[in-house]
Design a protein around this ligand. Structure first.
Ligand code: HEC
Ligand code: HEC
Length: 338
């Protein structure tokens, strides 16, 4: 117990380290045991393929948020400071007149672990690329995902936000959230642009990608670079301002072939996701969703970070897809109407 506390303290100090001098003296380096024996053949298991940062952005150290300046968004009479915008249990609802009454769990969550859904997924359910759009998802699918985060069949570094929430949420709250979001119609949120070069960018607060100041560009390479249409509004969790998804040249057509015919590598998605790819029964929509999110899911299902009997139908779909195929599929899907 004591050891655990100590380890936690060291961990916390470690996390604080970037803000000041390190508090913990490094442990004395251990001398390697001397041996004359030939090293045993201890072939290390193959390291898991590194997860690309563009699709699995990591949270930077938490900033201190301004609690003075009252921000305002066009078309909203509300005012919030950035500190209020970042509140886990009372995030901003800029346009309360635009959505049906919100269940408590969506608006405020339940401390300490159930953070308000609308903080990351927004009151509109359109979410951000680094989280997920959840507007219009079938309730049965929605609740199954909370179960999956809870029981460990769905876990990638980005699911770190969802796991503690899913463990603490109760059945009534889960149902209420699922019903609220299922009733929302996704809005047009993402514009897909094919381009060989993109603005240089960085992962900022909340793991959102922002352009770097200075208007410098770089090759897009084998990535999707999703940037807010308006940085200030995206940072303010404004549900009226979407994203531009920059994708490699040629990916939309390449994705169209894979999605519509399988292209000899996969199965046509419409068979299960519906003719317009907007979902069918309790199979979710895949049209118009953030390419970063769709890529993460395909890649996770392929590598087993998302598993279990519910995703079994998806396994033959991803089995022969490489990263470029998944980028192309995600680009094409994002260009389809939601
Ligand atoms: C701190 C941010 C954050 C909060 C708060 C949050 N989520 Fe999430 N949520 C995420 C992220 C990130 C993902 C995507 C994980 C991944 O990439 O697999 C996600 C994914 C989901 C999904 C899966 C969507 C899909 O299409 O499969 C559901 C369902 C979901 N969240 C429901 C909720 C509910 C319900 C709440 C409130 C009780 C909530 N979330 C609160 C960050 C958050
Ligand atoms: C044989 C049926 C089937 C086919 C074909 C199929 N899917 Fe799926 N897909 C599913 C099911 C079922 C789920 C939901 C799994 C669950 O409940 O966890 C799913 C989930 C997904 C998800 C996760 C959605 C989310 O909200 O997290 C993505 C992305 C996806 N499919 C993409 C595709 C693409 C792209 C294709 C075509 C190349 C495709 N699927 C073809 C059955 C299928």
């Amino acid at each position: 117990m004591k050891n655990k506390k100590f380890a936690l303290a060291v961990l916390l100090l470690g996390l604080c380290a970037p803000f000041g001098a390190p508090f913990v003296a490094p442990a004395p380096a251990q001398e390697a045991p001397k041996s004359t024996e030939a090293p045993k053949s201890t072939e290390a298991p193959p390291a898991p393929a590194a997860l690309p940062e563009w699709a699995y952005p990591r949270l930077p150290p938490l900033a201190v948020f301004d609690a003075v300046v009252q921000k305002q968004m066009p078309g909203s009479s509300k005012r919030f400071t950035q500190a209020q915008i970042e509140d886990d249990f009372a995030p901003p609802d800029w346009y309360p007149e635009e959505h049906p009454p919100m269940p408590e769990v969506v608006a405020h969550g339940r401390p300490p672990a159930v953070r308000a859904c609308m903080k990351c997924h927004l009151a509109s359910g359109d979410g951000h690329p680094e989280s997920s759009s959840i507007a219009g998802l079938p309730p049965a699918y929605f609740v199954r995902q909370l179960e999956a985060f809870k029981n460990g069949t769905r876990g990638n570094p980005r699911a770190g936000s969802m796991i503690p929430i899913a463990k603490a949420i109760n059945a009534e709250e889960a149902q209420a959230a699922a019903a609220y979001f299922a009733a929302l119609k996704p809005t047009v949120w993402i514009t897909v642009v094919e381009t060989a070069t993109v603005p240089k960018s960085f992962i900022g607060q909340g793991a959102m990608r922002f352009p770097l100041p200075g208007n410098e560009t770089e090759p897009i390479g084998n990535r999707v670079i999703e940037l807010p249409r308006d940085v200030e509004r995206a940072e303010s969790r404004d549900a009226h301002s979407g994203f531009i998804a920059n994708v490699p040249p040629g990916s939309i057509e390449r994705g169209r072939v894979l999605v519509t015919s399988g292209g000899g590598k996969t199965l046509a998605c419409a068979a299960c996701h519906g003719a317009a790819l907007r979902g069918e029964k309790d199979v979710p929509s895949i049209a118009g969703r953030a390419p970063q999110y769709v890529f993460r899911q395909l890649n996770d299902i392929k590598d087993g970070r998302r598993k279990g009997s519910d995703v079994e139908p998806m396994r033959p779909v991803v089995a022969n897809l490489g990263a470029e195929d998944m980028i192309a599929i995600a680009a094409y899907l994002a260009s389809r109407p939601q």
